[in-house]
Design a protein around this ligand. Sequence first.
Ligand SMILES: CC(=O)SCCNC(=O)CCNC(=O)[C@H](O)C(C)(C)COP(=O)(O)OP(=O)(O)OC[C@H]1O[C@@H](n2cnc3c(N)ncnc32)[C@H](O)[C@@H]1OP(=O)(O)O
Ligand SMILES: CC(=O)C(=O)O
Ligand SMILES: [Mg+2]
Length: 363
Amino acid sequence: MTRPAKDFFAPLAVGAPAPLREIPARPSRAIHFFDPGNEKMAAKVPDMVGTVDVLLGNLEDAVKAENKEKSRQGLVDIGKANAHLGSTAGPTQFWTRINSLDSPWALDDLTTLVPEIGDRLDVIMVPKVQGAEDIHYVDRLLAQLEAKAGLTRPLQVHAILETARGVANIEEICAASPRMQGLSLGPADLAADRRMKTTRVGGGHPGYLVRQDPPRDDLGVQQYDAPRTSYQQDLWHYTIARMVDACAMHGIFPYYGPFGDIKDTVACEDQFRNAFLLGCVGAWSLHPVQIKIAHQVFSPSVEDVAHARRVIAAMGDGTGAVMIDGKMEDDASVKQCQVMVRLADELAAIDPDLKALYDGIDA
Ligand SMILES: CC(=O)SCCNC(=O)CCNC(=O)[C@H](O)C(C)(C)COP(=O)(O)OP(=O)(O)OC[C@H]1O[C@@H](n2cnc3c(N)ncnc32)[C@H](O)[C@@H]1OP(=O)(O)O
Ligand SMILES: CC(=O)C(=O)O
Ligand SMILES: [Mg+2]
């Protein structure tokens, strides 16, 4: 049974901070992953603060088993050494991805990170979430640790959708706690769990396509050997669409996850843009080259912001219908335009380059 409404926003431990009533819409176009135990990557972090929306110290997959403790300690050191990291101190949020709850490391991850750098961290990403029970476990444990550490701000929780059971339980996961900040698609583990026949980390596949019908000759006979166009389809459309609906329903935020073909910046941009258009607010960056792609794709274009502002201005109180550039605009399209302009305003508040671009529209 779920918690009764009157208890939903009560702290789960005596002395723990009150849960948030609303998840703040902080810009998080790129969640940049780094291994805090990798000296070369860790050395780059101080210079990245202020240049990326989210820096995430990854402790789970991609960190070798023998380096788990080193990476955890590296994250603590980075949190303590970088005073401007974390959204209470500046524009770059500070997240971590802990190890999965069935691993030998998850408990130590939480019992170390919360007392040491819980006041700096914004969001704890939990991998391989299967259902509400996983979120309930983390929720109570975090409350106990926050109370013990004397934290005044509750940590938020982000779940990765990377098992078939997690996808089946998506609504209950989103609804499990007021800490729930968002969901990310985990296409690599999800593909394995679903027994998809792919070997990639996100992105499309040349075999997943639809092909044009065979053309007909002058007598109407179909020419099966004639050249035909085929179109690659998006393997992730269904899951992303489910994720977007579940997140929107619960007032939390959906993200496309990783795109593993680092060199294919064009396809990465396409995949991110599909997610942006469908309603995601950001994507992961695995390599510095992907930060720029995510920041650009998840920021509304100048053309879209200009059009949205025109529609809003023309629509007055937002009711009725008008014609702009030969197209009908009404109550529903003005609401889409308001989404676009709200996002542009949020981004302009933290990104001076975007502010100059968007301010320039009206100049
Ligand atoms: C399915 C999932 O769970 S996805 C999430 C888990 N995976 C990850 O987090 C992967 C994170 N990224 C990485 O490990 C690396 O980027 C790799 C392994 C993909 C590629 O690393 P490299 O081969 O070193 O890439 P490359 O040679 O282009 O790196 C150039 C520089 O950028 C640095 N760099 C690479 N990735 C990152 C990063 N994520 N953050 C900061 N710096 C980075 C490298 O250390 C290197 O530094 P240097 O110039 O001082 O030598
Ligand atoms: C994102 C992730 O962890 C995965 O694709 O498996
Ligand atoms: Mg995974």
